[in-house]
Design a binder for this molecule. Structure first.
Ligand code: SF4
Length: 474
């Protein structure tokens, strides 16, 4: 059996302990978030679509890990079979390292290897991934004409059936992979030794726990760190926090002695100690809507960016409005809820409706990491309005006012702001609504609508909590 795979090798480059734990104690992994699961599914769907660029291939995907040795033999046999010109998920093993190549295409008397990515751009991790695959293929003696990364083409516009030849862009990384071969070989030897250790390597927690990916073992490795430790603060860069933590200032009390009492770090540590949140009220109130609005609407847009365009005239990852919840005193029964869950082709109807509804208000309050004003402008909602309103994005405002709570350190989400402020409120991950909206039954759509309204109610509570009784007269 193999010791390393593509995913465990990449994990080992990030942290040797993460590799060891994945191999020896996988049951200690954290649960996957809804967003992570959706990302994996997207990768699989795009990979299957990419196969259409090279039709008629032999699918080598094993049904279970126990089939890997058999599939390795079959792959090698297919290389020598002139009737086989394309293989999907061909399985190779070299030096205890197993890989599955997304696409392997006969190219004269050699082969072209292709790794498919569901993104618009290539990251350094994709290059490392390709370099490992090249190392294994070269080690197995596969004569390669090229090694390419294939990713989605941001300029492709759907017109009728998906044109797979136009949907993807190919980038050769052969030269890069060849240059990196010795480096990969050294990493493989190092990581094999890590897996053979009798116990987990001594790796301190550090910046690698979140870079380039959030590690699956945070729950295990960070359990010794008190939940109110200054390591969860954000006023200093993480490198600095870890340097202090392991450099003799391991407790909040020791850290506070180093900080001025009015420093940002000191305020954050006080919030950690009291189990509350910190916000700079002076900045917050300076950002308050001025003049005081006479009419306020709370808007929660559900946007979707399908990797593969669904509708004619759209590109990969092009944004569309799947639903919105709008609360305000101008709405019948206090709110308007619109969606196109059952027919995404209707999404542009939202633009006319939003244009008309929003124009009745002075202030539109929302919470989104997106620039909502630009989003409305992009969809020509702002241009068509009959009179002006302001967008008041609590996400931006609270960030400017340096709101802090340990939950927000790596994820400044509505869910976490709500938990910090109103302890009893439990919202779901926002991405859950996107998943529900892509469901296939009315129950799922109904749940999405309820979640959308619940989020909007929280946005309203946050706004009212901070701005209803502003200590300034607007
Ligand atoms: S949580 Fe950090 S230290 Fe622990 S395995 Fe993951 S990256 Fe390594």
């Amino acid at each position: 059996m193999h010791i390393l795979s593509k995913s465990t090798y990449i994990k080992g480059l990030q942290c040797e302990k993460a590799l060891y734990m994945t191999k020896k104690h996988p049951y200690l992994r954290d649960k996957l978030s809804i967003e992570q699961r959706a990302r994996f599914q997207r990768g699989t769907d795009v990979g299957i679509l990419a196969q259409q660029c090279f039709p008629g291939g032999v699918n080598m995907t094993p049904n279970a890990p126990s089939q890997f040795p058999k599939k390795v033999q079959e792959t090698m046999a297919n290389l020598a079979d002139p009737a086989v010109n394309v293989m999907y998920e061909a399985v190779f093993q070299y030096n205890d390292t197993l890989i599955m190549v997304d696409l392997l295409v006969r190219d004269g008397d050699r082969w072209k290897a292709v790794e498919v990515k569901s993104s618009l751009r290539l990251s350094p991790t994709y290059y490392n991934d390709a370099a490992l695959q090249y190392y294994v293929l070269h080690g197995c003696g596969v004569p390669l004409s090229d090694f390419q990364l294939m990713h989605l083409n941001g300029d492709y516009v759907k017109n009728g059936d998906i044109d797979v030849q136009e949907l993807f862009v190919m980038v050769s990384v052969l030269e890069y992979a060849q240059e990196k071969e010795a480096w990969v070989a050294a990493n493989v030897e190092r990581l094999k030794k890590v897996v053979a250790l009798p116990h987990a390597p001594l790796c301190r927690i550090g910046t690698q726990c979140h870079e380039p990916y959030t590690c699956d073992f945070l729950g295990h490795c960070w359990k010794q760190v008190p939940r109110n430790s200054f390591l969860y603060s954000t006023a200093l860069p993480d490198e600095e926090l870890f340097r202090l933590y392991f450099g003799g200032y391991g407790t909040n009390a020791l850290m506070l002695k180093q900080m001025g009492s009015e420093s940002e770090e000191a305020h954050q540590i006080e919030a950690l100690e009291s189990g509350s949140y910190y916000i700079d009220y002076k900045t917050l109130f300076a950002l308050a809507p001025d003049p005081k609005p006479r009419s306020i609407a709370y808007l929660n847009l559900l946007l979707d960016r399908p990797a593969v365009p669904e509708l004619d005239g759209t590109r990969p990852y092009q944004e569309m409005i799947l639903a919105f919840a709008l609360s305000g005193d101008q709405e019948p029964n206090g709110h308007t809820l619109w969606d196109c869950f059952e027919d995404h082709a209707q999404w542009r109807e939202s633009i006319a409706l939003l244009t008309e509804r929003l124009s009745r208000y002075d202030l539109i309050v929302c919470f989104t990491p997106l620039d909502l004003a630009s989003t409305l402008m992009r969809h020509e909602i702002t241009q068509n309005q009959t009179f002006g309103y302001k967008v008041f994005n609590l996400y931006e405002v609270l960030n400017h006012a340096r709101m802090f709570h340990p939950l927000m350190k790596y994820d400044f989400s509505l869910q976490h702001v709500a938990q910090a402020m109103f302890h009893e409120v439990k919202l779901f991950e926002h991405s859950r609504i996107v998943v529900e909206a892509h469901g296939t039954d009315l129950t799922s759509y109904q749940q999405a609508k309820e979640d959308l309204i619940a989020e909007n109610e929280v946005v309203k509570s946050i706004y009212q909590h901070f701005f209803k009784k502003m200590p300034v007269d607007n």
